[in-house]
Design a protein around this ligand. Structure first.
Ligand SMILES: Cc1ncc(COP(=O)(O)O)c(C=O)c1O
Length: 343
């Protein structure tokens, strides 16, 4: 690693972790994006959106960036704004994880809330409306508008480049869909590189991008709540399957993986991993399945990893945690290696 002078120079080259392997050699690999600065994938697209705005003359020196964020995009933009001398305002709600909000403030971001303290509903639509009107009212302001910004997906092209440096091919790309940037940006670039994957999007039960009834959900950063508009970053032309995972299954998976392996996954990654583990044997023998882990579990110590918070919301489910522990055991890459060596 070279010695660097900017935090954004530390973006990327995140590790791949083999979580599970079947007897037929199908592997579930996790791209651990929590190893980026801010502990999340979104700093990749935050940087790209700002660079793109600069190139297009939409942001001038000392200008003002405004974005509606559930937290991780805001963290990324806070870093980029601090480095490049911009003012940054994050339009947020109280559904966002408190530590993400505190960290944004620490890095100089101004926070504007769309709801009162105590109202922890996800308010994507209200956030976006306010961010748009704030930007329209100020001459030097630029609304990065992550849901409809092409630079969002482009920010993830490097994920595909890095994947193909580490493995020969990606047969199945299976990941959470919020704005869609990470899944569809990575899929687009894999196609460009001659390795088109089967693309499986994962959203929480209650999210509306893949149809079905809308409703509340607790998985943070992912999904499209009822009433919100699905942006252009969700590229349905690249989507082979859209699946839904409940909060209970997503959080049980994050908890089981932490307890069994000491690997802390965020709730949205828990959802993707649950979808991957429960379907692993359905995939063609020898497949390489990749999940982009958007962030780590350390951000959710007060929620997903807090028994009281979980049981107050009826989200604790020992049976599902045991189901996931059983799958991790059955597909343990270390155990599989021992079995092969013993033969
Ligand atoms: C924790 C987490 N998971 C999943 C996502 C969804 O990623 P994308 O917006 O690229 O679809 C996000 C995006 O903010 C996130 O913060």
């Amino acid at each position: 690693m070279p010695v660097v002078t900017r935090v954004t120079d530390l973006i990327g080259r995140t590790p791949l972790f083999e979580l599970a392997t079947t007897a037929t050699g199908t592997r579930l690999l996790l791209k651990l994006e929590q190893f980026n600065p801010t502990g999340a994938a979104k700093i990749r697209m935050a940087r790209e959106m700002v660079l793109d705005a600069e190139r297009r003359g939409l942001l001038s020196s000392g200008g003002h960036i405004i974005e509606s964020t559930s937290g991780n995009t805001g963290l990324g933009l806070a870093v980029v704004a601090a480095e490049r001398g911009y003012r940054f305002t994050a339009v947020v709600d109280h559904h966002a994880c408190k530590d993400k909000l505190r960290a944004m403030r620490a890095m100089g971001a101004e926070l504007v809330f769309v709801a009162d303290e105590g109202d922890d509903n996800l308010a994507t639509s209200a956030r976006e409306d306010l961010a748009e009107s704030m930007a329209a009212a100020q001459a030097d302001a630029y609304f990065t508008e992550q849901h409809n910004n092409d630079a969002n997906a482009v920010g993830y092209y490097a994920v595909a480049d890095e994947l193909l440096e580490d493995v020969d091919r990606v047969d199945i790309l299976l990941s959470a869909v919020g704005t869609g940037g990470s899944l569809f940006g990575t899929a687009t670039r894999l196609r460009q590189l001659g390795c088109p994957p089967h693309v499986i999007g994962v959203e929480p039960v209650g999210s509306i991008a893949f149809g079905g009834p809308g409703g509340p959900y607790w998985q943070s950063g992912t999904g499209t709540p009822p009433g919100a508009t699905i942006g252009t970053a969700v590229d349905y032309s690249l989507l082979d399957e859209g699946v839904k995972v409940s909060d209970v299954a997503a959080f049980a998976t994050a908890r089981a993986v932490a307890a069994k392996l000491g690997l802390m996954l965020g709730g949205s990654a828990g959802g993707s991993v649950y979808a991957g583990l429960t379907r692993l044997e359905e995939f063609p023998a020898g497949s390489t399945v990749v999940t982009i882990v958007c962030d780590g579990g350390e951000k959710y110590l007060d929620t997903v990893f807090d028994d009281d918070w979980m049981s107050d919301r009826d989200l604790l489910d020992g049976d599902t945690e045991r189901e996931v522990l059983g799958l991790l055991d059955r597909y343990s890459p270390a155990r599989r290696k021992q079995l092969v060596e013993a033969r």
